[in-house]
Design a protein around this ligand. Sequence first.
Ligand code: ADP
Ligand code: MG
Length: 348
Amino acid sequence: MTETGKPVSIALANCAKTFADGTRALEPLDLAIHAGETVVFLGPSGCGKTTTLRIIAGLEEPDAGGKVLFDGVDVTHLPIEQRNVGMVFQSYALFPNMTVAGNVGYGLRIRKVPDAQVKARVSEMLAMMQITRLADRRIDQLSGGQRQRVALARAIAVRPRALLLDEPLTALDAKLRDTLRLDIDSLLRSLGITAIYVTHDQAEAMALGDRIVVMEHGRVAQIGKPREIYQRPATRFVADFIGTMNRLTGAAGNGVFRCKAGIVPWAEAPATATEILFRPEDIRVAESGEAANLQGKVASAFFLGDRTRLFVDVGEEKPLVIESTARRDFQHGEAVGLAIDPRGLLVL
Ligand code: ADP
Ligand code: MG
């Protein structure tokens, strides 16, 4: 009995949003979300993620000319009750005067589902979210993580055609966030539901998204699989927003890139490149005796247990960030040779 409604495909066509006070929250946006996929809206605060989600939910209408389609059917003017979507917010929006079971069964009861069926469905949802033992508790007796489990159980109890989640983990502490993120991931996969997950946290986006929509100032900056977004960012904004990017300035020519700290071999270097970018995992500290591309000095070193995060001064505006798994200490000011993997080099 774990099936939900048949997952929908969702399309936005020309959806802009200007609020009554004149705030332009969204530039005209086109977006196609496949049935059953998890799409993450990722971007800094104020970029329009929630507004887009609310337009999809039916809590907000797009400006004139915008359209929302569910399985090709125009739902632009249908209110949320008629769209059959489940929603989970950062603040739990649960009924404080009801028990956990009461909250989870609420949507079913207002749909006049018979009591016996409500009961069965509620226990199934509680089991799925691992909160069976909390069934009779009041909401104010629960921790933040438990409340979010209740909110998820309530949202999926009515078998929605799509699940919309707006920063559901943001209010929780780091460890709880990790656990619940894994549970949400397996929940979405086992339900096969179309899901849209809003977050400003890039680790969450990478972990959960089949695809990520990176947003900036009410516009889509890039859409792609997590790996594409990370390894082939389309713009400087995307490159800097997701993960850490190292930067070297200099000049390209004859299959190399020359910078202050040395020469990086790069056969495909565009002749006009004056700056190259690469991730921390594409540079490492050279072994003693190994030929290095660059010479630098350790500006700081943070031992993280499984690795050491190094900041290495190479005469650029910012030190390079390097992750080292070497079983050794790095001293402040120590000279190090660095080797770059040219496959990770980017020009934007
Ligand atoms: P995000 O969820 O990415 O943080 P929002 O979609 O909430 O961004 O907001 C996008 C922009 O629209 C922001 O500048 C925000 O202040 C503005 N905004 C959101 N809701 C309203 C509203 N009801 N009235 C006026 N401006 C709003
Ligand atoms: Mg928001």
